[in-house]
Design a protein around this ligand. Structure first.
Ligand code: URA
Length: 434
């Protein structure tokens, strides 16, 4: 079998066999297929798509490209959640400790920033000392000890996704349903969770802009998970504007900490309550979304979610001084307000441009080897539907480099629309699929 023939067949719209897909994944992980050929295949998949059967084969090949975890000797039932990628999406930082504090173990494999969206691992690593590179033994031991663990793909767990994720990020091949579905589900399968809650983002700042595509992605992933005996829910949520206020790694950690203390932006808090409630529902800890949300509010109000977050950060090497005093987390040298250009109502705060601005400031990667600047990003002061007065700060840009700041200012300029007529706030959740 030759890689060039596989690329050519997909380029010409043919259906790949299980053997061809396995050949690609096994040889790519082993280093026998160069990045340029893997990128060519991803681009062919982007344009030609994959059948449901091909996507399932790809997911299985990626999931079993390394070790897979069986967690049943450390926890009877494990839940996991995964977002399809958004801007300002720091949900895992809050829901993982909340759900664990309510007695439900959470074992999660997360990713890094992808394209203009942020990544949970990059956010957590803005806490000095925090590591997401865990061995399988450490993953299991931590889950048994404290009931919560968030790790990255390692050389041993879903290594195919680790390599492909980074490659897709810099080759314009992220927004393809088969590639997103296999990336997410391979990690989830390898990490061994019994229940998986998918947070499927839709809108201008998501990889999928319309509800039909978000439903299709949800259904593909749910069917792969259910066929492997996993309990699945998919929650389709808004990503036209950033989630919460903070976009950027340390800024988002600070917002997650505020939310764990009972504060934080209202839309983010609501999102956290819904995702956590479905994690608890999937695990049979509660009987309804309403009961789940009540439990979540209790765990935040009584401080148990915060205590679990501290345990989790400490277990993964993070220095607790920085979470106890979040003002010590990295801070950018320049903080520049972007004023509302007119009085009126906010009609648009485009998540994608805000995400791109954060990337340009250094909060994301433009090339595979780029280092992240944890301090930079954008804080959004108003949401769609808010009334604003001309000149008041709409956004604040946090920058360490004046040249990057001026590029980011150009991006945010095109992200915001203020108009005289009132407009409804955007929904937070569109649909829940089960
Ligand atoms: N999240 C993932 O893990 N993979 C994708 O491809 C997109 C979002």
């Amino acid at each position: 079998m030759r890689m060039v023939d596989i690329i050519t067949r997909k380029r010409d719209g043919k259906e790949l066999s299980q053997e061809e897909i396995k050949f690609f994944i096994q040889h790519y992980v082993a280093g026998g297929i160069p990045d340029y050929q893997a990128a060519a295949l991803c681009m062919a998949i982007y344009f030609r798509g994959m059948t449901h059967q091909e996507t399932t084969y790809l997911t299985h090949a990626m999931a079993f490209s390394g070790e897979t975890l069986d967690l049943h000797n450390v926890a009877a039932f494990v839940v996991d959640k995964h977002s399809s990628g958004g801007v300002g999406d720091k949900t895992t930082l809050v829901v993982a400790p909340v759900v664990a504090a309510l007695g439900q173990p959470v074992g999660k494999m997360s990713g890094r920033g992808l394209s203009f969206t942020g990544g949970t691992l990059d956010k957590l690593e803005s806490i000095p000392g925090f590591t997401s590179e865990l061995s399988v033994q450490k993953f299991k031991a931590q889950l048994a000890d404290i009931g919560v663990v968030v790790a990255g793909q390692t050389r041993s767990l879903a290594p195919a996704d680790g390599k492909l994720y980074a490659l897709r990020d810099v080759t314009g091949t992220v927004p393809a349903i088969p590639l997103i579905a296999s990336s997410i589900m391979s990690k989830k399968i390898a990490a061994g969770a019994d229940a998986i809650i998918l947070d499927v983002k839709v809108g201008e700042g998501a990889f999928l802009a319309n509800l039909d595509n978000a439903r299709e992605l949800s259904q593909v992933m749910m069917s792969i998970g259910k066929n492997l005996g996993r309990k699945m829910f998919a929650i389709i949520s808004d990503m036209n504007q950033p989630l919460g206020s903070a976009v950027g790694n340390a800024l988002e950690v600070k917002e997650a900490i505020a939310t764990l203390h009972g504060g934080g932006p209202a839309d983010f808090r609501e999102h956290v309550e819904v995702i956590s409630a479905y994690m608890l529902l999937a695990a049979g800890k509660v009987q309804s979304e309403k009961e789940g949300r009540q439990s979540v509010c209790r765990a935040i109000a009584d401080g148990s979610a915060w205590a679990k977050f501290r345990q989790f950060v400490a277990a993964q090497g993070g220095d607790l001084a920085y979470v106890d005093q979040p003002e010590r987390l990295p801070v950018a040298a320049i903080q520049e307000d972007f004023p509302a250009p007119a009085s009126g109502y906010v009609h648009r705060i485009a998540a994608k441009e805000i995400g791109l601005a954060s990337t340009v400031l250094g909060g994301g990667r433009e090339e595979m080897e780029d280092k992240i600047d944890p301090a930079v990003g954008v804080v959004v002061h108003h949401k769609v539907g808010d009334r604003v007065i001309a000149g008041e700060p709409l956004l604040t840009l946090h920058a360490n480099d004046p040249v990057r700041l001026s590029q980011a200012l150009e991006l945010v300029d095109s992200a915001c629309t203020i108009a005289p007529q009132p407009v409804e706030p955007l929904p937070i959740i569109y649909e829940v699929l089960c």
